[in-house]
Design a protein around this ligand. Structure first.
Ligand code: SAH
Length: 562
């Protein structure tokens, strides 16, 4: 819950706006401000104070307890211009909250002052995994550019770390990424816990959560492993509702994953036994479930151990890399989606055409590997992106417009295996960017056709243009004309003209949304192909498309016209 506190009428107006926007997440604290802040501090995970920072500091100072438990606090000034993350930037989520508040209030900007955010490097505590040890000191060293030795057991799909964090850095600080217990007494090591372990558990009916947890913890400790790397508990379906197992999973903050006995029975394990075979129909629960949950490439690293009523075994997963296929939009930065920007920020490796990468270098974290290549190297780019993801990295494969439209998504996914995670981020494709410039040309059924016969035989293209012509579809031509390819566009227009009037509106948009954008509205009869190049899309209306007040409009209320 987010507690909202204000002192003045202006503050109350901004407060009420926030309460309206987030009705289920916020609670308004009325009454004397000091009182309201104290109550909210005790009851809420986060506070937004419509008060001066000074006043807020004085009110919360006596309440501060500890970084991991204190709520995140954001201050918004009287005029509602700034949302200041005052306390708990990372752990309390105040940085995120300041950004969200700034978005919810008109003309409000977030103010974030925690060092790691300011420098564009990820805070160790924002990587979505538990961190321990000398987190503050190592974060500071990372940020100050001091050499920090990266000691990672495996490649995990993490955001890029700054370039001063690298194996064998020669410095006195260490960032370990491991599920192993590491000595931390000297205060120079921070440890990030990857989600690498799965613990298979078997249990007799009525087992207590305490017994399960004690067995799991002893087993891990004896093997030199950290419980904070446990990603899941796993067992047989017959135990899905066993209270002690569910409670143990909950207390570890992980899920309980179950597998049917037949599936477990098919896994070969080092220590099968007769008891579970009789009880649930598989000779192994803990070892088999751990192996299955670990997935392809997983390995059993601790064999079955027993307590009075429970068994457990531990498997280590092979990290799954992450391939994000990201559309950057047609050019203008504000047509690049926030989600695309997020994916670029979280990528450790960014792959794409050099000219597109140049547009977004500021969004890529310092330390990320940028693999830029020139025009024509599509297949190699696709292969590289997939190979990097298979090696465990977080990869962003970028393309202009939408990365799935005449672009990189298909060659990449055609060559990708199921051992990586893939996410797609849609982008504003050229047809949409151009349509918005022209008016409303796509108001009824439409089709995109690429006139490039580099990868598609001209006969196929021609057949599709004919079909679009006879079906009276609005047509967007991508790749309409280049220096070496100049007869295709006139030919395509001729095919359309056989079914459409000479005065059918045609829009020509060059460099949509880029600084040198230009466009023209003409007709099928009058289009001069000389005005068209590879930076252009050509939109041809259907038989109902009209020019209205200088804009291209295809009516929605379409009726077939003779
Ligand atoms: N994936 C891209 C398309 C790649 S094909 C997208 O979704 O937009 C390349 C063709 O797209 C170019 O030849 C041109 O026809 C068109 N194109 C891309 N960006 C454009 C822009 N900003 N303005 C006009 N046409 C563009």
């Amino acid at each position: 819950m987010i507690g909202l506190i204000s002192a003045t009428a202006a503050g109350a107006a901004a407060r009420d706006r926030l309460a309206t926007v987030w009705p289920d997440r916020t609670r308004v604290y009325e009454g004397p401000v000091g009182d309201a802040v104290r109550r909210a501090f005790g009851e809420c995970e986060q506070l937004v104070c419509f008060l001066a920072t000074g006043a807020t500091v004085r009110l919360i100072a006596p309440l501060l307890a500890d970084k991991s438990a204190d709520p995140g606090v954001v201050c918004v000034d009287e005029a509602g211009r700034h949302a200041v993350a005052l306390l708990g930037g990372h752990a309390g989520g105040a940085n995120e909250l300041a950004r969200a508040v700034a978005e919810a209030l008109p003309d409000c900007l977030p103010v974030v002052t925690t060092a790691t955010d300011a420098a564009g490097a990820p805070g160790l505590d924002t990587l979505g995994r538990p961190v321990e040890g000398a987190v503050a000191a190592v974060s500071r060293a990372m940020l100050d550019g001091e050499p920090v030795t990266l000691a990672a057991d495996a490649v995990w799909p993490l955001p890029a770390l700054p370039p001063n964090v690298r194996p064998n850095s020669g410095g006195s600080w260490t960032l370990a990424i491991t599920d192993r217990l590491v000595p931390q007494e000297d205060g120079t090591t921070a440890v990030l816990r990857p989600p690498s372990l799965v613990v298979g558990v078997g249990a007799s009916r009525g087992v207590a959560a305490d017994e399960v947890l004690a067995l799991v913890e002893e087993t891990l400790t004896a093997a030199g492993l950290s419980v904070r790397s446990v990603a899941a508990l796993t067992t047989v379906t017959a135990k899905a509702d066993e209270a002690g197992l569910n409670e143990a999973a909950e207390r570890l903050g992980v899920g309980l994953r179950v597998f049917p006995a037949e599936e477990l029975a098919a896994v070969s394990v080092p220590n099968p036994s007769a008891a579970p075979l009789a009880a649930v129909g598989t000779a192994s629960v803990a070892e088999a479930a751990a192996l299955l949950a670990a997935g392809p490439g997983g390995r059993l690293i601790v064999e079955k151990r027993k307590s009075a009523m429970a068994t457990c075994a531990v498997a280590r997963r092979r990290p799954r890399g992450r391939l994000a296929v990201v559309g950057l939009g047609p050019g203008a930065r504000d047509l690049l989606t926030p989600r695309a920007a997020d994916e670029l920020r979280r990528a450790g490796v960014v792959v794409g055409l050099d000219q597109y990468l140049d547009r977004v270098r500021d969004l890529v974290r310092p330390g990320a590997r940028v693999l830029a290549s020139g025009l024509g190297a599509e297949e190699e780019r696709a292969r590289t992106a997939v190979a990097e993801a298979r090696a465990g990295h977080a990869v962003a494969l970028v393309g202009s417009g939408d990365a799935g439209v005449y672009a990189m998504a298909s060659p990449a996914l055609a060559g990708a295996s199921d051992d990586i995670d893939v996410v797609g981020v849609p982008g504003v494709t050229a047809a949409l960017a151009a349509a918005a410039v022209l008016g409303a040309p796509l108001g009824h059924d439409h089709v995109s056709i690429s006139l490039s016969d580099l990868h598609t035989p001209w006969e196929v293209i021609e057949r599709r243009v004919r079909a679009a012509a006879s079906a009276d579809l609005v047509v967007t031509f991508y790749n309409p004309r280049s220096r070496g390819r100049d007869w295709q566009l006139p030919k395509a227009l001729e095919l359309l003209a056989a079914h459409r009037a000479p005065d059918t509106p045609v829009g020509v948009v060059r460099n949509a949304s880029r600084p040198d954008e230009s466009w023209a509205l003409t007709t099928l009869a009058e289009l001069d192909p000389g005005t068209v190049d590879m930076m252009t899309v050509v939109l041809v209306g259907n038989s109902a498309t009209r020019t209205v007040a200088g804009r291209m409009v295809t009516p929605r209320g379409y009726r077939w016209q003779a």
